[in-house]
Ligand binder design. Structure first.
Ligand SMILES: Cc1ncc(COP(=O)(O)O)c(C=O)c1O
Length: 473
């Protein structure tokens, strides 16, 4: 059997005799100095695991549109995009005006307000499954509440998840994402909690059918509708259709995690794009326009478990849900401004068109350079598969569906990804660790030219340093 890691592999450190590494260290001296202090303060010197990269991350001072600048004065085309939260790019003028205007009126009013109402109405108008809305502090919190609502509604406890899919970092979803694919708990997670989750392989129709038809204790199925890590391991739309039919027939709550895809794939998210409406949806990131915030939205009869009057009428106990930062006014201001722009402009279409050109451009270079890599992605995403196992891949015909989730996601890394990211930074481009990233509506032709020429230079450096893993024979 295929051996998979219990724990996720950390990004690999490049060899010390690397030109990429020595040039990176030379150009990021200020970041290096700050990192030395950070490791004393923060575990691994970071505040989000995704920001960890040896030898040190960059320390960013400010950003605008598609670009950002670090403490050493280096300018980068940015493809981290606020971990996917910034479809409209950094510091969008209308979003910033809305936030600043609200900041002067109060950052926390401890009361209902017009902004949260407008925000909730926009979500209902744009997201097909959003009959009712409950704002939360983050996507993780939305995921916790969705499970509680589904269990209350069905009276059942088990949650079906897909291997590699990420739904925040709370106990129920902490394993089976980058390791522990047998469902065993990660450190600090009680075994009894892990046992409430049933893991399936993505796109395994027969497997999930047998599971749902063979058990009576399943409350919900949750999925990232375009696939884990924004389509790094893509999900077939037919699989979503199957899930919709199965869950409806079996009285199981279907939850789409649209924390990344919401308002990004289309103004109404993946569910609007595919015409498949789940019972509940998790939202965050773009929802709050680059500020903290999340929401669980869904069917009125499920969401009513949060309603004082509806539960009293039914003689049921209400789900208690406070949360100091639920619908925080600053997040609401950014969220309203962002969602209105997305609803009223071609922001999604522009980001999608850019991503298509980005993927095509990177693929053309991969072909020209004769690399055994795959370039793929849907909507606003670009994924570069660097083939660490040295499979015989033809980039012209690469089909991500031909590989398993573990090949695409878990074994994708190694020093080649770390070095590719560092080498791209040398050329003024900061890609996400996928490697690749989400495009925004503010990326320009100039950004694309710089990105593609950076990519060509980077892969030539990788070749020169012997980092490309070539197929044998
Ligand atoms: C698909 C998905 N779900 C849930 C979350 C968790 O959201 P948050 O970081 O706001 O807690 C994330 C965060 O990256 C995500 O990508």
């Amino acid at each position: 059997m295929n051996q998979l890691p219990k724990d996720p592999p950390a990004p690999a450190a490049p060899a010390t005799n690397s030109e990429i590494l020595s040039r990176y260290i030379a150009m990021t001296k200020g970041s290096a100095a700050r990192y030395t202090k950070s490791v004393e303060v923060f575990p691994s010197g970071v505040t989000h695991d995704g920001r960890y990269i040896p030898p040190h991350p960059i320390y960013v001072t400010h950003a605008k549109g598609s670009r950002k600048w670090d403490v050493d004065g280096n300018e980068y085309v940015d493809y981290v995009g606020g971990h996917g939260a910034l479809l409209l790019g950094h510091t969008h003028p209308e979003v910033m005006l809305a936030v600043v205007a609200q900041a002067t009126r109060g950052t926390h009013l401890g009361a209902n307000g017009d902004l949260e109402l407008r925000w909730g109405e926009l979500v209902r108008e744009m997201v097909p499954s959003a009959e009712m809305v409950r704002f939360t502090g983050s996507g993780t919190e939305a995921s916790m509440m969705a499970f509680r609502l589904a269990r209350t509604f069905t009276g059942k406890t088990k949650i079906v998840r897909f291997r590699g899919h990420f739904h925040g970092w709370h106990d129920h979803v902490a394993f089976g994402v980058t390791g522990h694919f047998d469902g065993s708990p990660t450190p600090g997670v009680p075994a009894a909690v892990a046992a409430e989750t049933l893991l399936c392989d993505p796109n395994d129709g027969p497997g999930v059918t047998a599971l749902l038809e063979g058990r009576e204790d399943i409350a919900a199925v949750i999925i990232e509708p375009t696939g884990s890590t924004y389509g790094q391991v893509p999900i077939r739309p037919e699989f979503l259709k199957l899930l919709r039919e199965l869950t409806r027939r079996r009285g199981v709550v279907l939850i789409f995690d649209e924390v990344v895809t919401g308002f990004r794939v289309s103004p109404g998210g993946a569910q609007a794009e595919y015409g498949i409406v789940p019972d509940m949806t998790l939202l965050a990131k773009i929802l709050a326009g680059g500020l903290p915030g999340g929401a669980v939205v869904g069917r009125r009869d499920i969401m009513e478990a949060l309603d004082f009057v509806a539960t009293a009428k039914k003689g049921r106990e209400k789900i208690h849900h406070p949360g100091t930062y639920n619908a925080n006014p600053l997040s609401a201001a950014a969220g309203v401004a962002t969602l209105e722009i997305i609803r009223d402009t071609d922001a999604n279409a522009r980001a999608r068109a850019y991503a298509q050109r980005w993927r095509d451009g990177v693929r053309a270079i991969v072909i020209e350079e004769g690399l055994p890599w795959g370039v793929y992605g849907t909507f606003t995403g670009c994924h570069i598969f660097t083939n660490p196992e040295g499979m015989p891949i033809d980039p012209r015909s690469f089909d991500p569906y031909s590989l398993r989730y573990d090949q695409l996601k878990i074994k994708r890394g190694g020093t080649v990804v770390t070095r590719l990211r560092l080498a791209m930074r040398l050329e003024g481009v900061d890609i996400a660790p996928w490697p690749g990233g989400p495009a925004s509506a503010t990326h320009t032709d100039r950004d694309l030219d710089q990105t593609l020429s950076a990519f060509r230079v980077a892969v030539r450096m990788l070749k020169a340093e012997g980092e490309i893993i070539w197929p044998k024979g």
